[in-house]
Design a protein around this ligand. Sequence first.
Ligand SMILES: [Zn+2]
Length: 141
Amino acid sequence: MCAQKAGKGPGVLWSVFNNKCPRCRQGDLYLQKNPYKLKTTTKMPETCPVCGQKFELEPGFWFGTGYVSYAFAVMLTGITFVIWWFTIGISIRDNSIFWWLGANGVVLVLLQPVIQRWSRSAWISFFVRYERPVADSETEA
Ligand SMILES: [Zn+2]
């Protein structure tokens, strides 16, 4: 929170959904690009390969991602509800709402690795501010 260089860079949402370091928004948060390699889904380097930002800020830091993950799950549930409503339709006269519940459960389970990563990414961006990386041309002179 001390001397920071404010400036334009990639947006915070872009950074969260692309799993980028919250400080430089360039380095990858995860070692493996593919979240569906389940053994390495949440494997992260200790520090950012680009700016050196430490990722696990304190022991048990990632505990709070549970809340973020819950928020993402609620958001996705809202999205599947709206999609179901407009495509298949939801009525109290048939079982459509139960089909939606089942389908939503499947979607949430299938997206779990992605949600896990977004949750960590969002969580760390609550604590680490963006600092525009210093370009090479600025360090010379
Ligand atoms: Zn970084």
